[in-house]
Design a protein around this ligand. Structure first.
Ligand code: HEM
Ligand SMILES: N[C@@H](CC(=O)c1ccccc1NC=O)C(=O)O
Length: 275
């Protein structure tokens, strides 16, 4: 018998009656999704790149919504762990661009016409992450009017305070001032001087406000990774389609460059200049 045969001796071989690896992971479903871009060699790369991104986004949403609950309860240690995990997920998504970047304009052009008007602009999970963190633009929920469940998830999300508003509530509470987080917003969070002044107190005396200090840095870390994702996206897009309009109908690279200016947690960036 071969060495390999000896080493695997005792392994369970019959799964007719027991749950197996593929059953737990639902592989029959995820590995048999029809690939409508099969006519081009790089269609599979394109589809898998997006499908894996959406899976990681699903986990990010799961972690971020639970982290928000812990912040609301004032129980920060579990929230920190989840926020660190989300930063790592973004790191994973950031590295994934290196695979997609191997696709040239010639290869992409072979199947781009088949994408029609579809675009990442219509990723509801991406929008949900933006909404959760506080970058809200209610008008974009309309993109999902034709799919009730994603539409409802987005509508429900903007009825809640964002993760950043939860952090501001906690900041105010621990610093002994009236809350400054306002009502759940349907537009992007706008920087408030009073909030920046509180973060400034935290950064000026970290040892007195250690948990808030750590929370602030976890948030900055998360936004830092998010910004790198946006930058990798726009650079990959320019490399592949130049300045063509997007299939989703936006100006393309010009729109994505504008998005590089988004500040999810503005006071945490502005406070740095005041220290
Ligand atoms: C060949 C690769 C890609 C190209 C050429 C591309 C192109 C674009 C363009 C032009 C837009 C602007 C909206 C539009 O008018 O279509 C956009 C938006 C978007 N794309 Fe991509 N993209 C690519 C890969 C990806 C990947 C791998 C993801 C990961 C899920 C992604 C996610 C998104 C998201 C979430 C938006 C909306 C961004 C926002 O509204 O801030 N894209 N993309
Ligand atoms: N907006 C892209 C198309 C695109 O990238 C796309 C199309 C369908 C599914 C996902 C996509 N990815 C990200 O926007 C383009 O203009 O070429």
């Amino acid at each position: 018998m071969s060495t390999f045969g000896d080493a695997s001796k005792g392994a369970k071989m019959d799964f007719a009656k027991d749950k197996s690896y593929g059953d737990y992971l639902g592989l029959d479903k995820i590995l048999t999704v029809e690939n409508p871009l099969d006519m081009a060699h790089d269609g599979l790369l394109f589809i898998i790149q997006h499908q894996t991104s959406e899976l990681w986004m699903k986990l990010a949403i799961h972690e971020l919504s639970t982290a928000r609950q812990y912040i609301q309860k004032g129980d920060l240690q579990p929230a920190f762990k989840m926020l660190s995990r989300v930063a790592r997920i973004f790191e994973q998504l950031n590295s994934a661009w290196d695979v997609l970047r191997t696709m040239t304009p010639s290869e992409y052009t072979a199947f781009r016409p088949h994408l029609g008007a579809s675009s990442g602009f219509q990723s509801y999970q991406y929008r949900l992450i933006e909404y959760l963190l506080g970058n809200r633009n209610r008008a974009l929920t309309k993109l999902h009017a034709h799919t009730p469940a994603p539409h409802q998830a987005l509508v429900d999300e903007i009825a809640q305070q964002s993760l950043y508003q939860a952090a501001i509530d906690l900041l105010c509470d621990r610093m002994g001032v009236e809350t400054l987080s306002g009502v759940p917003g349907t537009t992007a969070w706008e920087a408030k001087h009073e909030v920046q002044a509180l973060w400034q107190k935290v950064y000026e005396a970290p040892s007195e406000h250690w948990e808030l200090y750590e929370l602030a840095e976890k948030l900055v870390d998360l936004e830092d990774y998010f910004r790198r994702w946006r930058f990798n996206h726009v650079t990959t897009v320019e490399r592949i389609i130049g300045f063509k309009r997007g299939t989703g109908g936006t100006s393309g690279v010009a729109y994505l460059r504008k998005m590089l200016e988004v500040e999810l947690f503005p006071e945490l960036w502005h406070v740095r200049g005041a220290l």
